[in-house]
Write a protein that binds this ligand. Structure first.
Ligand code: PAF
Length: 286
């Protein structure tokens, strides 16, 4: 496995890579979710690049940029174990050279839900992912469905800017109790972690309702809200049921595939999770 720390090194090593190239961009503190992306890229591509970069521009002032876990040696060992060919882990100055002012914004999609709670977040994500695509020139990029809105933003930018990268969404990986894996789970105390299980429990309950024929948007949102709000340590940011394509919030009877998503704080950790409620095949979308 090769490791590049500068753009120039990365470009040179990428140029020598054979066949279909898969990219797994990460911010490090790698867990089983990241490993699943690397494994999928390894299975589907001839060459695999992973990037490890805690991107300052996607953190708002007061967020956890400084505290974000950084574990370089452990992360490199994980990449090696997953058969990654090249790791690009640049310092901040390499990705944001002095005087760089260009940013990428996908527009309205980045201003709702997570974008409303974290202003500027998706411009930071869109900018860094565009740069990483430009430097590593992958054929395919692998991203987790846990960050469902991020996945939509990245699909949009790849399409709009005609980058020629196929953006592939990969399933959420969960701990045994249901908690979605996240590098931010390390912030949770034992008590917070136990209470945070209410997020996936609420989503499962709403899913069961949906499978049983429940289609009322506020009832579905309510099932999730109620489950999480019953936890004394929870501070709910939002519970959303939105059209899976436009992210427009659903109202009344849901007739199209919808994304049920949650953001909630437990102590220092802001956790997000989601599930897609699909209209059963054959019934068509309204
Ligand atoms: O999902 C992440 O880890 C980050 O948002 C990403 C896509 C690597 C961009 O910094």
């Amino acid at each position: 496995m090769q490791v590049a720390r500068t753009v120039q090194e990365c470009r040179a090593l990428r140029a020598a890579m054979p066949g279909v190239v898969g990219l797994t961009p990460t911010m490090g503190a790698l867990h089983e979710g990241h490993r699943s992306l690397m494994r999928r890229a390894r299975e589907e591509c001839d060459s695999v690049i992973a990037t490890i970069f805690v991107n300052p521009t996607q953190f708002a002032p007061g967020e956890d940029y400084t505290a974000y876990p950084r574990r370089e040696q452990e992360d490199l060992a994980i990449c090696e174990a997953e058969g990654v060919d090249l790791v690009f882990m640049p310092p901040v100055e390499e990705m944001y050279p002095e005087g760089a002012t260009t940013t990428v914004s996908v527009g309205e999609l980045s201003t709702i839900l997570e974008g409303a709670s974290r202003p500027g977040h998706f411009d930071g994500v869109a900018t860094i992912v565009t740069k990483l695509f430009a430097i590593t020139r992958p054929d395919r990029g692998y991203f987790g469905q846990k960050d469902a809105q991020q996945l939509m933003v990245i699909r949009r930018l790849a399409r709009d800017l005609q980058l020629g990268v196929e953006v592939i969404g990969c399933p959420i990986i969960r701990e045994e109790g249901g908690l979605a894996l996240s590098s931010r789970n390390v912030y949770l105390t034992d008590e917070e972690r136990t209470q945070a299980l209410a997020i996936s429990r609420g989503l499962r309950k709403a899913e069961a309702g949906w499978l049983g024929g429940l289609r009322d948007a506020s009832a579905l949102r309510g099932m999730v809200h109620e489950e999480i709000a019953a936890q004394p340590l929870a501070r709910i940011d939002y519970v959303s049921l939105a059209d899976a394509e436009s992210l427009a919030e659903c109202d009344g009877r849901v007739t199209r595939d919808a994304l049920l998503s949650v953001a909630a704080r437990f102590g220092k950790a802001r956790l997000i999770d989601n599930t897609v409620l699909r209209i059963p095949a054959g019934l068509g979308q309204g």
